[in-house]
Design a protein around this ligand. Structure first.
Ligand code: C2E
Ligand code: CA
Ligand code: CA
Length: 772
């Protein structure tokens, strides 16, 4: 088998180290033809020598011997010339066995004609000549030749008898002829059968070789053989066509000598199998191909033994599995990584975390799990689109990754949540500095759609082994700590403490309670009056939301507005507030009270909502409230987040005819330039300035400045949180228009407020009394 495979080797590259071998088949054929001619020539010479001897002993006349020799050598010369001229190559049988044997038979017959002694001797030559032909001809040709010979011999006997050759005894001649007549056809039949059998065997062998060749060419496998030392001795050309590795590169080498990364799981199994001389299957390993690229190959093999059960080596098939390995690797990656950022996903995170925990256990070090959540990331998605949001997430991932140490793991759990696993190790121990660096990296501006975006993150930290004993629980605890960081004003890191659990549970409960609060009518509005300082009349009220919750009683907005905002519930709640406030304003008018402004607070989310203007207009229409009596309160930060959008929204609101007030003025950042651009009617000075105007000169100066600024821009000023007469007096002196605060009334239910609104003092207001 081995020789057959070797014959399939393509001629190796002449520049390669393996010498080029001439095509074997062609060389064999010429040698065969030459050999056959030499055989004919030598037997002819032997025949001539025999004739010479017969002549010397007086058994053959000189004329017969010499003319016979000339005839024999002449025919040899003739065939020599034919071979030289290569004339024979065009013949169906280039070895010209038939013409050569025929010529030999004729020559022998001629010599036999001339001498009875020669007839005796030469009969055996017929057999010789026939023997020469046996391995070439079919039964039919051999029978034909035998017939020719018997006919010729009969002719010779007849001619000798007729010519009356002296000393001729015909009885032995006839006996010889009869012997030959029986032997020759038998000989021809047997020889022909042998030849036919040989020919079919050859044909079958050739066909099976061809089938094997076609099979290996078609399949994705190649064939190989190894010797006792497990060195490759044979490799079929498929190795080159399918794996790009020239077979000669591996010939004489063992598997460990050609693999680049042998420490694969299968490897030991294979080594054990080959040491025990057992079959092995699908042993996978990597080897570099002729271009230097790494390939994955797989081998299956069977041991080979001789008749005495001595181990000869292995043989088997090989296959290039690079493509399959690549697909497997991709699927594995996709199953364990987040598609957007390429970071580990939850599955891989838990796996790595468990690993890190085991490592921490064994070397007694701590492990930090950081839960990182971007602050107000939803706003970026909502205002700049998901594409920009995705780009920011990718940058965040890269920046965090750049801060991490090699042993750290970073995963994305979806949305804007990331989890980091930071093991403590001597060369880089854990510190808040590391966390701070990571947060700072996240905080640097991002470019998206030509805008510079600022984003911060809140971080919760759970410590192993202190905070939890399982990977899932560690991540959960870090999540709880992260919420604590959010509640504490975002952009900060908090460690997990057990009591945080209770807070997290509360928050979860609140979320679900809030979702049902609208349906179950648990919200109520309280109203706080605003008094005009000149006239002393109530000129407006601010609607303030309360949640009449079953269990803990009345809840203030500070407790739940933030949660409602985060889960998006603020939009329907805000809608309800708007409608309810408008209806109440109309109800008061219908009850005969003088017209008052109704101030309604908007949340950031509501303000950014595209349906805001439609919602305001619908509330006005439904209630029948005069638009100029509705006052929409927004904060500075709501206007500054997206200035163009804010200008457009405020312009639309103005077109409806409603008033716009800036709430908590002085606590945010707004430039005078923008203040001029926005269509603002009212500035509400924040409570924090009013609180200290009597004791703090700075605050007093700020309030005075705000009032004169507002007046120069044609805006009305409302002072919030006025609790004492001193504050009121100062505000009146500075020219403040309106005040709101506990001094007049805290926010109250509509019914409770009725008497205050009806009994509003008609006489001069504060300023009037001050003047007086
Ligand atoms: P805000 O708009 O600045 O409302 C004024 C807050 O000051 C009210 O708190 C009010 O009770 C309180 N206040 C009024 N006078 C005094 C005073 O003399 N002294 C003191 N110390 N406080 C005074 P409240 O009702 O707890 O509301 C808190 C915040 O919740 C509001 O601040 C507002 O931003 C928000 N809010 C209230 N209702 C709504 C609403 O319907 N929608 C939205 N989006 N936010 C609301
Ligand atoms: Ca307000
Ligand atoms: Ca306010």
């Amino acid at each position: 088998m081995s020789d057959r495979i070797k014959a399939e080797f393509p001629a190796p590259d002449p520049s390669g180290p393996v010498p080029v071998r001439a095509p074997a088949v062609h060389r064999n054929r010429t040698a065969l033809i030459k050999g056959r001619f030499m055989m004919a020539a030598v037997s002819s010479v032997a025949l001539c020598a025999l004739m010479g001897l017969l002549y010397l002993f007086g058994l053959m006349p000189a004329a017969v011997a010499s003319s016979g020799a000339v005839l024999i050598m002449g025919s040899v010369l003739l065939f020599y010339l034919v071979f030289r001229s290569r004339f024979n190559e065009k013949a169906r049988d280039p070895s010209m066995t038939l013409p050569m044997t025929t010529a030999a038979v004729l020559c022998v017959l001629y010599v036999m004609l001339g001498s009875s002694a020669a007839r005796d001797t030469f009969v055996s030559f017929f057999g010789l000549i026939l023997l020469f032909a046996v391995f070439r001809f079919s039964t039919r040709t051999l029978l034909l030749q035998s017939g020719l010979m018997l006919l010729g011999y009969a002719g010779v006997i007849f001619a000798a008898w007729r010519a009356g050759v002296p000393g001729a005894d015909h009885a032995p001649d006839i006996a010889r002829w009869l012997t030959l007549a029986i032997a020759l056809p038998l000989f021809a039949l047997i020889g022909g059968e042998i030849m036919a059998g040989r020919r079919t065997a050859m044909q079958r062998l050739r066909a099976s070789e061809e089938r094997f060749r076609r099979l290996t060419a078609l399949s994705s496998d190649w064939y190989w053989e190894q010797d006792q030392d497990l060195r490759f001795t044979t490799l079929s050309p498929g190795l080159e066509t399918k794996a790009g590795i020239a077979p000669w590169r591996l010939i004489g080498k063992t598997l460990p000598e050609i693999t680049t990364a042998p420490f694969h799981a299968d490897w030991h199994v294979h080594q054990e199998a080959s040491a025990a001389r057992l079959p092995f299957a699908h042993v996978e390993f990597q080897a570099s191909d002729d271009s230097g690229a790494l390939r994955w190959l797989s081998l299956s093999g069977e041991p080979l033994f001789d008749a005495d059960q001595r181990f000869l080596g292995y043989y088997g098939t090989g296959r290039d599995i690079t493509a399959r390995k690549a697909v497997e690797a991709r699927i594995h990656f996709q199953a364990h990584h987040d598609a957007l950022t390429g970071l580990a996903n939850r599955m891989l995170l838990i796996d790595r975390l468990e690993h890190a925990m085991a490592q921490a256990d064994s070397d007694g070090h701590a492990l930090w799990v950081l839960f990182v959540d971007l602050d107000r990331f939803k706003r970026i998605n909502d205002s700049l689109g998901h594409k920009a949001g995705d780009a920011v997430l990718k940058s965040v991932a890269q920046r965090m990754q750049a801060q991490l140490r090699p042993a750290d793991t970073i995963a994305r759990l979806g949305g804007d949540e990331f989890v980091l696993v930071l093991p403590d190790w001597p060369a880089g121990s854990l510190s808040l500095g590391l966390v701070q660096r990571m947060m700072d990296a996240v905080r640097a501006p991002y470019a998206a759609n030509g805008n510079a975006i600022l984003i911060s993150c809140s971080v919760g930290i759970a410590v192993y082994p202190g905070d939890a004993s399982t990977a899932e629980l560690l991540v959960e605890r870090a999540d709880v700590a992260m919420y604590r960081a959010k509640e504490a004003g975002r952009n900060s890191a908090h460690f997990y403490k057990a009591e945080m659990n209770a807070l997290a549970m509360n928050r979860l409960r609140m979320e679900s309670d809030l979702r049902s609060a609208l349906q179950t009518n648990e919200f109520v509005l309280h109203y706080q009056p605003q008094m005009d300082l000149d006239s002393g009349r109530i000129v407006g009220v601010e609607a303030l939301l309360r949640w009449q919750h079953m269990r803990p009683g009345l809840r203030q907005p500070a407790e739940f507005i933030g949660v409602a905002e985060e889960i998006g519930l603020i939009v329907p709640i805000g809608d309800w507030v708007l409608n309810q406030a408008c209806l109440q304003a109309v109800a008061w008018q219908r009850a005969g009270l003088p017209p008052m402004h109704m101030a309604v607070n908007l949340s950031a989310r509501q303000f950014a909502q595209p349906g805001l203007v439609a919602a305001v207009s619908a509330a006005l229409e439904r209630s029948g409230l005069q638009p100029s009596l509705l006052e929409i309160e927004i904060t500075e930060s709501m206007m500054m987040t997206d200035v163009e959008q804010a200008v457009a929204t405020l312009a639309d609101l103005k077109r409806l005819g409603v008033r716009v007030a800036v709430d908590d003025f002085g606590t945010g950042h707004s430039s005078l330039y923008y203040l001029k651009r926005f269509p603002i009617d009212v500035l509400k000075i924040d409570r924090s300035f009013v609180r200290d105007i009597v004791s703090d000169a700075d605050d007093a100066a700020i309030v005075a400045a705000i009032i004169s600024l507002a007046h120069s821009l044609d805006m009305t000023v409302v002072a919030e949180g006025v609790e004492h007469a001193d504050q009121l007096i100062y505000l009146a002196r500075c020219g403040c228009d309106t005040m709101q605060g506990y001094m007049i009334s805290p926010p109250m239910r509509a019914e409770a407020l009725d008497p205050l609104l009806v009994d509003a003092p008609a006489e001069a207001g504060v300023r009037g009394r001050l003047r007086a």
